[in-house]
Design a protein around this ligand. Sequence first.
Ligand SMILES: Nc1ncnc2c1ncn2[C@@H]1O[C@H](COP(=O)(O)OP(=O)(O)OP(=O)(O)O)[C@@H](O)[C@H]1O
Length: 314
Amino acid sequence: MQPIISVNDLTKTYAGGFQALQNINLDIHRGEIFALLGPNGAGKTTLISIICGIVNASSGTVLADGHDIRRDFRAARSKIGLVPQELTTDMFETVWATVNFSRGLFGKPADKALVERILRDLSLWDKRHERIMALSGGMKRRVMIAKALSHEPAILFLDEPTAGVDVELRRDMWEMVRRLRENGVTIILTTHYIEEAEEMADRIGVINKGRIVLVEDKHVLMQQLGKKQLTLHLQQPLAAIPSALAGLPLTLSVDGSELVYTFDTQSEQTGIATLLRRLGEQGIDFLDLKTSQSSLEEIFVSLVHDSRAAQEAH
Ligand SMILES: Nc1ncnc2c1ncn2[C@@H]1O[C@H](COP(=O)(O)OP(=O)(O)OP(=O)(O)O)[C@@H](O)[C@H]1O
């Protein structure tokens, strides 16, 4: 099936010379929830802004449902709803007027029943006559979502949807995203929270310093993330792995001096106790041992670290 969004060789250099995106290639599948994960300044917002036609790329192309975002802007943009990080709306307008106006901007005929449904789904119906400025921060965010949904987009971008929101809104947001997906909407969300990607996404992309470093199915990724390696530096090199140790997830280094045991950190039993016992039985001594994580996990650990630091700074 043709991807609903196709990003090809995209680069972005800002006016000051800063290269925010480097050779981005990314396909988004129709109907999926895709989480774009990355630390502050990685380029998430820049990428979304280019796909939505708000920022121009320096080179490369973006197709949204087959429409080139530059040459065929209106058709491409009409497919997309965007919930930006920051509030961008007229504070003096009422909720009802704001959402209806937004639909009109996309050339769609008025549809009061639809707008009512959107407002009800987002628990905004009771606030429909309020001015935006009189709403709480969480309610303002809901209005931004209602605006983005007002023209019935096939693709919804949520830029940091849950940064700084309370638990209730976060839960509502997740529920809404799932409901939209059930209705066939493709959802792309950016986040620094791994848990959010883990909870919501079908696939996860990691962006760091303007490059996509990884795109993977969530379940595959979670399996890879759970892997750790224990390296035993042996007192005496081995010519081969002894048959008594066969069946264990072991590899021997080329010079025979190191045994590497791979285990799953998420399973209840790592099997390390068994390994050490069997080594003892075989009289295989080791000088030291160290554990290491897959490079993927390192990426995530650094991301978690960044997001924690960001949270602590709040
Ligand atoms: N208009 C601009 N002019 C120059 N540099 C910019 C501009 N907008 C963004 N940048 C830089 O581009 C880099 C990527 O920014 P971007 O907002 O895309 O990151 P992000 O991944 O969304 O970060 P965050 O998680 O903090 O929102 C940052 O270093 C930022 O300072």
